[in-house]
Design a protein around this ligand. Structure first.
Ligand code: AMP
Ligand code: MG
Length: 427
């Protein structure tokens, strides 16, 4: 009996150990994290800040663009019928600048000097470019090129027609898109906000102020890197700096910042170390999943949710402290989830393309996919060619900084020169 109880307990223990060390494939972790993050509520947003943001409404043009028929060139507004056999001399009866309202019509044998963007005057049905004219005194112009009806004219609504749907909800606007909103007078639109991301780093060994290093100390680098990565993902960063490896201090900082952020990114303290305070504190105050990912680098990763006092569920991305691991887990897990929160529905991940490996990548079988940092470019065969950027340790950020892609090297003995390799394009 006693033996049976002992055996059951031992088996349970083995099962736990096994489960705790079961590594999660990266795509499963990505799915879990992305699914758990919810889209932020859309807000009225000024067109001036729409570059990179996602629309939460269709935009129907309330106006024509251009609002009136106008000249596309600097020249002379004419009746095309008068400019059939050239050269021909016409009387110049007025001058029209952009912004001016026409007050004089163009009659037979007449023209009006006109600047790009000015409304077409009555009577005129073509514009002859100034390059095809020779002015003859104040009152006349000689035109050297024949005109057809409509030459040099752009019609009202020829860019956007009133009532037309210019963008549908879900569109990611670029700078030109923001300009289009301004052009149709959509000064404010419903859009998903930039996520407010609180960033902190932990570790008593970290020095940020440039002072000489004492034994055991290192320069902090993840805050600088992650701040830039979070901003480049379209979020607003609240960089809280380094929090000491002190549970009470970290708990205070987290419970304070959760009230005014949409997501939290932490660096360090999520692996198996004895002073991994992030692990201790978050286990207490948040609902956490401590993951061991089947990838190298960036095996340890924590994802969790902390509830703000108003009920908002704030995702926490617990990145490992090793700089390369930090960078890769942000890139593969936090960035796509943050993009989802900001309304993106496609391209949460960056594109992966098949490339040619120009130098071998050796590795040992360990149950993990290796994300090898590579650099490359397109070559005359139309293919992307890559090779690794040097030392691949998880502390070796310098070689990682030279990479423009992550090569997906499956478990096994590695790849030979000339092999195909899938590359996740970084930026
Ligand atoms: P941790 O994840 O806290 O166990 O840290 C793993 C390794 O990364 C250790 O060698 C740390 O010193 C280093 N490390 C942790 N945080 C940072 C940081 N913010 N900047 C640079 N190195 C770090
Ligand atoms: Mg640490």
């Amino acid at each position: 009996m006693r033996l049976a109880v002992c055996t059951a307990a031992w088996l349970q223990h083995r099962r736990w150990r096994y489960r705790n060390h079961l590594m999660i494939p990266i795509h499963e972790a990505q799915q879990t994290v992305i699914e758990a993050c919810t889209v932020l509520p859309a807000l009225p947003t000024a067109c001036e800040v729409m570059n990179g943001r996602v629309l939460a409404q269709d935009v129907v043009a309330p106006e024509n663009v251009p609002p009136f028929t106008n000249t596309a060139v600097d020249g002379y507004a004419v009746r095309a019928a008068d400019v059939q056999s050239v050269p021909v001399v016409l009387r110049v009866v007025d001058t029209l600048a952009a912004g001016a309202a026409p007050s004089v019509a163009v009659g037979s044998g007449e023209s009006i000097r006109i600047m790009t963007g000015a409304p077409m005057p009555q009577g005129a049905d073509a514009v002859v470019m100034v390059e095809d004219s020779v002015r003859e005194g104040d009152a006349h112009v000689s035109l050297g090129r024949a005109a057809k009806v409509g030459d040099g004219i752009r019609d009202a609504g020829s860019d956007v027609r009133v009532g037309e749907t210019v963008f549908v909800a879900g569109t990611v606007l670029n700078a030109a898109g923001a300009g289009v909103l301004a052009s149709v007078n959509a000064r404010s639109v419903l859009a998903y906000p930039r996520a407010r991301v609180a960033l902190l780093s932990t570790g008593d060994e970290l020095v940020t102020d440039g002072s000489p290093l004492r034994i055991g100390q290192i320069r902090e680098s993840n805050l600088t890197m992650l701040d830039a990565m979070i901003a480049a993902s379209g979020c607003d960063v609240n960089n809280l700096g380094v929090v000491r490896d002190d549970e009470a201090e970290l708990e205070r900082v987290l419970l304070d910042v959760v009230e005014h952020c949409d997501a939290i990114v932490t660096s360090g303290g999520v692996s198996m170390g004895d002073f991994d305070v992030v692990k201790a504190v978050l286990s207490r105050i948040a609902k956490m999943q401590w993951m061991q990912l089947a990838i190298k680098p960036a095996k340890p990763f924590a994802f969790g949710q902390l509830i703000a006092s108003d009920g908002r569920v704030i995702p926490i991305f617990g990145l490992p402290g090793n700089p390369v691991s930090s960078m890769i887990s942000f890139e593969l897990l936090a960035r796509p989830a943050l993009r989802k929160m900001m309304g993106h529905t496609v391209d949460l991940l960056r594109p992966t393309i098949s490339a040619v490996l120009d130098a071998p990548i050796r590795r040992k079988a360990d149950g993990k996919v290796h994300y090898v940092r590579v650099f490359g470019g397109f070559e005359p065969d139309g293919r992307l060619h890559v090779r690794d950027t040097g030392p691949q340790g998880s502390h070796q950020l310098a070689a990682t900084a030279m990479a423009n892609g992550l090569a997906y090297v499956p478990d096994g003995a590695g790849l030979a020169a000339g092999d195909e390799v899938n590359v996740y394009l970084l930026g």
